[in-house]
Design a protein around this ligand. Sequence first.
Ligand code: KG4
Ligand code: ZN
Length: 389
Amino acid sequence: MPDACILGIESSCDETAAAVVSSGERLLSNVVSSQIATHQPYGGVVPEIASREHLRAIVPVVRQALEQAGKTFDSLDAIAVTQGPGLAGALLVGISYAKALAFALDKPLITVNHLEGHIHAVLLEQRQKTAAERPGEKFQFEFPVLALVVSGGHTHLFLTQEQMNAENQATWRYQNIGRTRDDAAGEAFDKVAKLLGLGYPGGPVIDALSRYGNARAVKFGPAQIKHSNRGVARDQQTPFDFSFSGIKTAVLRYVELEGMRPAIAARQQALAKIAKPNAENIRPLCDQKTLDLVASFQYSVVEDLVAKTLEAADARNVRTLFVTGGVAANSELRARFEREAERAGLAVYFPSRKLSTDNAAMIAAAAYPKFMARDFADAEFSAEASLKL
Ligand code: KG4
Ligand code: ZN
């Protein structure tokens, strides 16, 4: 079978990304232009600014992706773009560009759900790794796969199956068996970091600072992290849903009770003077109480994510786990999943840290089965901010 060379474009949130992937398994280039520094002073992503920055970055980012891959526009087989979920204005930049490109080049256009992209990031890298380590062999894993997609906008458990269509082409099917009732896990990291004056985004900083804190110092009770089925009709009850807004409130209460406000204000002032603060700059500004608090927060969130995923795997007789999305970059989450999955006799796979957070390689990889099944988009589709998988 000849290689299918797909250009992926991703602009759903605050990264403008383009990548070229060959046949869903060979990463030829992966360019990500992050807007983090632009949004940092606001403590979160500002949608209007995000759209403007995407407009500025999209042309050079795509050019760079082609250049690094050693490809020309003409040598592409298809163009894939994120349709949603995400910020409508941000998505539209990628979509308009991809439509124009596909039209001008007369190439097929493929729409990809951002969440499906995160799942395929795992597959892309495992396939690539197997090809490098054992040429001629294919990455083997068992369906169904349980995929935990955990990021700044999402916390979902998808039960994933492969199905053959009428032309005997494999397509992927997803059943959502768990989701957050309120905040996404990454959002909780970001909000807690903001509350403690640790900057934005919160995940990487809390991950780095937690190494210096005692994760058992602050106890968060199950009620602060478990979703409640009280008042929910029996057939609507979902054992594998998540809830992370309670723990954020518990952190706020702890801050008030322990009188941490003045220290937070002093840290915010000190950080405002640093152009792009990172964990190295922030650690000396934290007392032990703060380090213990972030470590305890991270411990509780990770424990809940791991425990629920393993319970769901057990209930659905799953042997393979994919853990993906921005929060999958978290060191504690990776270590705990590896330990617990081994204990339960399950295989667990993560993307590299680079492909855990938003990128376009995952979009180009997820488009490959659709390319093979000739599942192409017409010119009429638009951005779907709340697109379901
Ligand atoms: O997948 P992603 O880049 O964008 C969304 O689709 O949301 O995820 C970004 C999220 C942010 O909330 C960020 O704080 C979190 O992923 N994140 C982390 C880590 N690195 C990024 N959370 C915990 N630990 C990390 N190391
Ligand atoms: Zn994402």
